[in-house]
Design a protein around this ligand. Structure first.
Ligand SMILES: CCCCCCCCCCC/C=C/C(=O)SCCNC(=O)CCNC(=O)[C@H](O)C(C)(C)COP(=O)(O)OP(=O)(O)OC[C@H]1O[C@@H](n2cnc3c(N)ncnc32)[C@H](O)[C@@H]1OP(=O)(O)O
Length: 338
């Protein structure tokens, strides 16, 4: 494919992604306006159509949104392509399962969808959120490497801005957040797990950690801050430099995860942990969380544009592109050899 057509495709994807975000904003207003009751059915599916498939005129868009909002207020929307979100009406606990085969890698569209859902669940007054995966043996392989390899700069900037957005929303979330780590969780996957208040990991041949150095790249400051806040400074120093991928037993030993249980017990363990956390007065719990996390959040909030500029300038260096290209090729080779 020529560079020009790649650029065109990227621009179209970016426009779609922006549009889907705008659609959601309208949609949530309409939803509230209709006076629908959150949690109207037990375990109702709560999914938004995150991928706008075509660029519609404003009128058509609005009528489509209204129709969608009507459906939403009654019961639910259909299955989202990338996420499976359900809410338990009695407890107000949402379960968000990532389902982006083959490895739940975070592309721009996927991150946008995650942001939209976090906002939605928060505005619906959900008290708890379980983040898990529908894919066997995979929590998330982290960032979609092809977003960073031979990128279109405008899309690359949007990609990083959306990742920042997702991290800010999740790390400071008012909801009780629990990660159900039933599969591998390298790099960005580990970051998402660390943003949660509690991590339950399945035992077995799985790994978790910030392995960026193995790709020849550097985890940015807010990734390493999140790790330091989770495992402490000394362990983070070692882990970041070595790009350490921990086994579940190693991870629990250093506090990277809180519990390791057999795969079949993950759901029950998450449920009983959530029940414990739900007993704590919500306001006091959230303020306590923010007391500890706000300085870390502020550090990025005060430097977002600079962080995007640093990321773009770093990733587009020839030497970094070469490392990413080699890493991608090795991944593909390994996958083909299976
Ligand atoms: C000076 C300071 C400035 C700082 C500026 C910032 C610098 C940049 C910071 C960037 C931070 C980056 C964060 C990241 O998250 S990078 C991504 C890191 N992820 C990984 O290394 C994981 C790679 N994947 C794996 O190890 C395995 O896939 C995994 C263990 C997760 C699963 O193994 P499994 O055997 O089940 O699956 P396969 O390996 O066969 O993979 C299946 C297909 O998926 C493709 N794949 C895998 N991971 C990714 C990915 N992250 N992105 C894109 N594609 C991925 C893989 O190639 C296979 O594809 P094919 O079937 O087509 O071959």
């Amino acid at each position: 494919m020529s560079m020009a057509s790649k650029s065109m495709l990227n621009a179209q994807a970016l426009a779609r992604s922006r549009l889907s975000y705008r659609c959601y904003n309208h949609l949530s207003k309409i939803h509230v306006g209709l006076g629908s009751t959150p949690y109207s059915t037990k375990n109702s599916k709560v999914t938004a159509s995150h991928q706008a498939h075509s660029l519609l005129s404003p009128c058509k868009l609005l009528s489509q949104q209204k129709a969608t909002a009507r459906k939403f207020s009654q019961r639910s929307l259909g299955q989202d392509n990338l996420l499976d979100v359900s809410v338990d009406s009695s407890s107000g606990v949402a379960t968000l399962k990532m389902q982006k085969p083959p490895v739940n890698s975070f592309s721009l569209e996927f991150l946008t969808s995650l942001c939209i859902n976090l906002d939605k669940l928060h505005s619906d007054g959900c008290r708890g959120l379980v983040i898990g995966s529908s894919l066997p043996k995979i929590f998330s392989a982290g960032l979609e490497i092809t977003e960073m390899y031979q990128p279109d700069e405008a899309r690359l900037r949007e990609f990083w801005r959306t990742l920042q957005e997702f991290w800010i929303k999740l790390y400071g979330s008012q909801m009780i957040t629990i990660a159900a780590i039933t599969g591998h969780s390298p790099a960005g996957g580990c970051l998402v797990s660390m943003c949660c208040d509690h991590r339950v990991m399945a035992d077995g041949k799985l790994t978790i950690g910030l392995n960026e150095t193995l790709l020849g790249i550097v985890a940015p400051r807010w990734f390493s801050d999140t790790l330091i806040n989770t495992v402490g400074h000394r362990e983070a120093e070692r882990a970041l430099q070595l790009g350490k991928l921990y086994s579940p037993q190693e991870a629990v030993a250093v506090g990277l995860v809180d519990q390791v249980v057999p795969l079949e017990s993950v759901a029950a363990t998450v449920e009983s942990t959530m029940a414990q956390w739900l007993k704590i007065p919500s306001h006091a719990r959230h303020l306590s969380k923010l007391q500890l996390r706000q300085p870390t959040l502020d550090r990025l909030l005060h430097t977002r544009q600079e962080d995007i500029d640093n990321f773009v300038s770093f990733i587009t260096k020839e030497s970094i592109q070469k490392s990413l290209g080699m890493y991608l090729a090795a991944l593909k080779q390994r996958s083909k050899a299976k």
